[in-house]
Design a protein around this ligand. Structure first.
Ligand SMILES: C[S@@+](CC[C@H](N)C(=O)[O-])C[C@H]1O[C@@H](n2cnc3c(N)ncnc32)[C@H](O)[C@@H]1O
Length: 249
């Protein structure tokens, strides 16, 4: 994947950005094998989740389903939703006809009853949203009291450092929008993100009724050292992602 960042002139048009449908196969292949997902983000989420056998788990923004598959292999009763029908088609191919996979938009009412899940994982999806309030309220609603929300996002200070070094941003404390162009599988697509400072994240979690029990900045798994020596060195000296475990109050 090649990425080039630039500042947009105006607000993102949801219909023209973050179109995972347009590069689902290429993104999924990269996610399966690359250091960022396969050797860093996904193992970290699974380590934070720990023993999940018998737990009802919802994967919010499940993409093509590699995390869902890993959760199911560990005995979880796991289903997921995503806004991208092409990603969900890959998911369906991986998990089979009986998997509970739904098209839904995080940030709007979700198609699940109250108290339906013991855990929700939201892996690399919240940073697409400007306002985390409605999304977190829905994730809180579908969790049982005491249930866990396990989150990964782009690390706010890492993103800020990149944007400051490029001369695009100087104020860490603001919540701001930025776009990147992702080129994958020969296709270029505009991607739209919101970066916010750490305190804006923790404030949003507590305002939605979550108690923060873990904030984690893990390294990639050791197997990545030989496979991706340069990236491993970079990620063990400067994080890309930030992880939280929250409990529904
Ligand atoms: C970076 S991918 C991560 C996929 C998966 N969670 C993983 O870690 O392998 C982000 C996923 O979030 C989905 N997504 C983005 N915004 C969303 C929204 N508002 N509601 C539902 N899904 C969304 C995208 O379609 C994409 O599949």
């Amino acid at each position: 994947m090649a990425a080039a960042a630039h500042e947009p002139a105006d607000r993102p048009d949801p219909a023209r950005t973050n179109d995972y449908d347009s590069f689902a196969e290429a993104y999924s292949a990269e996610n399966e094998t690359g250091i960022n997902n396969a050797y860093y983000e996904r193992p970290a989420i699974l380590a934070l989740a720990g023993e999940v056998a018998g737990r009802r788990v919802l994967d919010a923004g499940c993409g093509a389903g590699p995390l869902l598959a890993a959760l199911r292999e560990r005995g979880a009763i796991a289903g997921g939703f995503d806004r991208s029908t092409a990603m969900l088609a890959l998911d369906r191919r991986r998990l089979g006809a009986d998997a509970d996979l739904r098209v839904a938009e995080l940030g709007t009412p979700l198609p699940y009853p109250d108290d339906a899940f013991d855990d929700v994982v939201a892996s690399l999806v919240l940073h697409y949203l400007e306002d985390w309030g409605p999304a977190l309220a829905e994730l809180r609603r579908v969790l049982v009291p005491g249930g866990r929300l396990i989150v990964s996002v782009d690390h706010p200070f890492a993103m800020h450092s990149i944007h400051r070094a490029a001369g695009r941003r100087t104020d860490y404390f603001e919540t701001y929008h930025y776009t990147e162009e992702w080129t994958m599988g020969g296709r270029t697509a505009p991607m739209s993100f919101w970066n916010r400072p750490l305190h804006a994240m923790t404030d949003a979690f507590t305002a939605a009724g979550f108690r923060i029990t873990t904030v984690a900045e893990p390294h990639p798994v050791p197997a990545a050292r030989e496979l991706f020596p340069d990236e491993y060195r970079a990620l063990t000296t400067s994080p890309s992602f930030l992880f939280f475990v929250l409990h529904a109050g």
